[in-house]
Ligand binder design. Structure first.
Ligand SMILES: [Zn+2]
Length: 309
């Protein structure tokens, strides 16, 4: 399966910053040491261009990001100090999602070891998100004439508020978010379908709500492509999650989403989104599981393709 990575584009952070940056390179190491990618399938993404970004973001915001003219308040809201490295990494992260979407159309499934930056709005960044990769990628594929309708399946524990806002008036991209009701962002936007879970929701509660929501979302949207935000932060051990979903529960989540899409013939691009467990290894475990299952299904997809032409 094709997997895109951008962790080697370094985003400099001050010492003691809370963001778990090592998760990206650790996950790439796990993927590189596995049989997920064939030769040449673990790939560096292109940087998204201004033209691609402007399909989802306002020109004055993009201009302030690129030139380093964000206000102090805007920088605090993003949560990363500004640097040219931050801009390049954000472009590459969105490029990874575009790459994964393109690859998914060919192979059924693909992944990026970044992305899921769903708190980025058209005119501002927030919560470690600068550009909204899902909106940028959906519109890139639409602009290329490759798909008409896209569904964003956002299972990160935080609501995909930026994605919902950017795409609120766009009937061609369906936004589904399942998230913690009491968690950040405290002001929720309106997705096409929102499922809010109470604090402490366990595997059964989470998975039942997910399965029902996914059916509704796919029935309503009949997409030609799904972008799956496989956030690791619904995990019970997450510092910011407030839910009680186990690793087994998250693996079952992956199965529900990936098989649900496969059964309807919908290609899926898997993106990372958040993960803030005390032990970074737990975050890597959860993401690796999502990517492994997608890879297994890609192999099956290819075999079927070879058998049936
Ligand atoms: Zn999150």
């Amino acid at each position: 399966m094709k997997v895109f990575y951008s962790d080697h584009f370094v985003l400099p952070l001050p010492e003691g910053h809370r963001f778990p940056m090592p998760k990206y390179s650790m996950l790439r190491g796990r993927v590189a040491g596995s049989s997920i990618c064939g030769p040449g399938e673990l790939r560096e993404p292109e940087a998204v261009t201004d033209e691609e970004i402007l399909r989802a973001h306002h020109p004055d915001y993009l201009g302030r990001v690129v030139s380093g003219k964000l206000t102090d308040k805007e920088v605090r809201r993003i949560g990363f100090p500004w640097s040219e490295g931050m801009v390049e990494r954000s472009r590459r992260a969105s490029g990874g999602t575009v790459g994964a979407c393109l690859a998914a159309l060919d192979d059924g499934f693909a992944a990026t070891l970044a992305g899921g930056t769903h708190h980025a709005f058209a005119d501002r960044g927030e919560g470690y998100c600068v550009f909204n990769d899902s909106a940028v990628a959906a519109r890139a594929l639409q602009a290329a004439g490759l798909v008409e309708r896209v569904a964003v399946i956002d299972t990160d524990v935080h609501q995909g508020n930026g994605t919902a806002a950017i795409l609120s008036d766009d009937p061609t991209v369906f936004t589904f978010s399942i998230h913690g009701e009491k968690n950040f962002p405290f002001h929720k936007e309106r997705s096409d379908l929102d499922v809010a879970l109470p604090d402490g929701a366990d595997d059964a509660t989470f998975l039942d709500a997910l399965a029902a929501g996914l059916d509704r979302a796919l029935d309503a949207s009949e997409p030609g492509l799904a972008i799956y935000l496989a956030g690791a932060d619904p995990f019970v051990g997450d510092r910011l999650g407030r839910l009680s979903v186990t690793k087994e529960g998250l693996a079952e989540r992956d199965r529900i989403v990936l098989e649900g899409c496969r059964d309807r013939g919908i290609p899926v691009a898997v993106t990372m989104a958040g993960g803030y467990s005390e032990d970074v290894q737990d975050i890597v475990d959860v993401h690796f599981e999502s990517i492994s299952l997608a890879a297994k299904m890609t192999h099956l997809h290819r075999e079927r393709g070879l058998t049936h032409g």
